[in-house]
Ligand binder design. Structure first.
Ligand SMILES: *[C@@H]1O[C@H](CO)[C@@H](O)[C@H](O)[C@H]1NC(C)=O
Ligand SMILES: *[C@@H]1O[C@H](CO)[C@@H](O)[C@H](O)[C@H]1NC(C)=O
Ligand SMILES: *[C@@H]1O[C@H](CO)[C@@H](O)[C@H](O)[C@H]1NC(C)=O
Length: 275
């Protein structure tokens, strides 16, 4: 029975001692100098960690450019877009009120391709990338709207719409650092049994390599995208019916048959002309 009486006493002592033991001067099992060492160690340790983290972050940020994603496993393929910005182009060719918005849209887009403005840009080497990684002031390769001939809006201010032979401008979305391999060109086909006559401007419907790579909005502010115009040479029997047209970028390594993205390197739109 005596052991039963002793136990609570022992327990009480141990509990008290574990906080502060006056005999050894230990506080929670350690002496003051031991505590000082531990606190000192952790202070230095965390100061070092903080410093190391900050330094690493700083070095990392120094190597990043403002508008270029640094780590990409590959440069993605661009989407194809058309102007006028509509996938359903419908108009009565004898009614300027109906095709007016399309024509004004094309005209405003082509303002920046004005020959007099483009003459201030560089004449670049045909079929060669305009590499300028190490150049601070990136030059811009000229693309004059007059290259688009009948679709330039210069000779025919209605871009063929009044004639029932509408021009559609095709361009690729801008992708920083894209260098298409091969010779990308636009190929449009009518999705019907009988082929539809079309003209392309510039003649080979090419997106010349000279317009690549693009260096981003900040580094390359005056960059102009190359354009391809396709004129649909509709005849009388093509009026009053909806014609689906698919344009693809071909002749290069750019993707144009992705199952999940039907705008990657291609675009399908519908045209209905009435009179
Ligand atoms: C574009 O060029 C035409 C002449 O070719 C000129 O009349 C017009 O003012 C120019 N537009 C701009 C925005 O410079
Ligand atoms: C354009 O595409 C059509 C249909 O895919 C094909 O038959 C034709 O050969 C292509 N034209 C050119 C110039 O690649
Ligand atoms: C097209 O416009 C003309 C003149 O504005 C009109 O006579 C004709 O009926 C229109 N055609 C259609 C299919 O709306």
């Amino acid at each position: 029975m005596s052991t039963k009486e002793d136990k609570p006493v022992e327990h009480k002592t141990t509990w008290k001692d574990s906080i502060y033991n006056p005999r050894t001067g230990e506080f929670i099992g350690r002496t003051a100098s031991s505590w000082a060492l531990i606190v000192g160690f952790y202070l230095v340790f965390y100061a070092f960690l903080t410093g190391f983290f900050t330094l690493t972050m700083w070095v990392m940020l120094q190597t990043l450019e403002d508008d270029v994603p640094k780590y990409r496993d590959r440069v993605p393929s661009p989407g194809l877009v058309i102007r006028p910005r509509s996938l359903d182009i419908i108009f009565n060719r004898t009614n300027p009120k109906q095709y007016g918005p399309y024509v004004r849209h094309l005209e405003s887009l082509l303002q920046q391709y004005n020959d007099t403005i483009q003459e201030q840009n560089e004449l670049c080497m045909v079929n060669e990338y305009t590499e300028q990684d190490d150049v601070a002031e990136k030059k811009v390769c000229q693309f004059k709207r007059s290259l688009l001939r009948q679709c330039s809006g210069l000779a025919d201010a209605t871009f063929g719409y009044a004639e029932g032979k509408p021009c559609i401008l095709v361009k690729m979305n801008r992708i920083i650092g894209l260098r298409p391999r091969g010779e990308p060109y636009v190929n449009c086909t009518a999705k019907r049994d009988t082929p539809l006559q079309m003209s392309y401007f510039p003649t080979e419907a090419k997106f010349d390599k000279m317009y690549f790579p693009y260096y981003g909005k900040i580094n390359h502010p005056k960059y102009v995208q190359p354009l391809v115009a396709v004129q649909l040479l509709l005849a009388k029997e093509d009026y009053n019916t909806e014609i689906a047209i698919e344009c693809k970028v071909e002749g290069s390594d750019l993707k144009n048959d992705d199952d999940r993205d039907k705008f990657l390197g291609r675009i399908t739109f519908r045209v209905t002309v009435t009179e």
